[in-house]
Design a protein. Structure first.
Length: 150
């Protein structure tokens, strides 16, 4: 009997832990930050496709016209093995474009956040005018203080 009760206690504790874990995971997964991050990853993937298309269809041909070099260049090694330096150059250009755009976005977000902080600081710095009730209570307090002095 004691072993059966012990097994039941362990099983119920395991179910409670699993239920608590699932509840905690659900709260985490449905928080705004996680959903925002998921949306950011999806948009980032789409943006990466746009940057790749820009690089391959506009920037690489311009580089090829100006420098007379092929960005799609390969160095032949042995057999069917090649070093595809053109793909590497394209990846570096893609990275630089993405990094620059992210830098601009973060700079914009930072400036917007600073504007919000400045407004909050200005509102906090200016003392709020007392309400009519506070003014009235202050006057009553002052009158009572004068009467007590007499």
């Amino acid at each position: 009997m004691a072993n059966e009760n012990k097994a039941k206690d362990l099983a119920s504790a395991g179910v409670e832990k699993a239920g608590g874990f699932l509840t905690e995971f659900k709260e985490f997964a449905l928080k705004g930050n996680v959903m925002d991050m998921a949306i950011g990853v999806i948009i980032g993937g789409a943006f990466q496709d746009i940057v790749t298309a820009l690089t391959e269809n506009f920037i690489n041909p311009i580089i090829g016209c100006i420098g007379g070099a092929e960005v799609e260049g390969k160095i032949h090694l042995i057999g069917n093995q090649y070093i595809n330096y053109g793909a590497f150059i394209t990846a570096v250009i893609n990275f630089l474009i993405m990094a620059f755009v992210l830098f601009l976005m973060m700079k914009g977000v930072k400036s917007i956040m600073e504007l919000g902080k400045k407004k909050e600081a200005e509102e906090a710095a200016a003392p709020a005018e007392p309400s009519k009730e506070e003014v009235l209570l202050t006057e009553i307090r002052d009158l009572l203080a004068e009467q007590n002095k007499k």
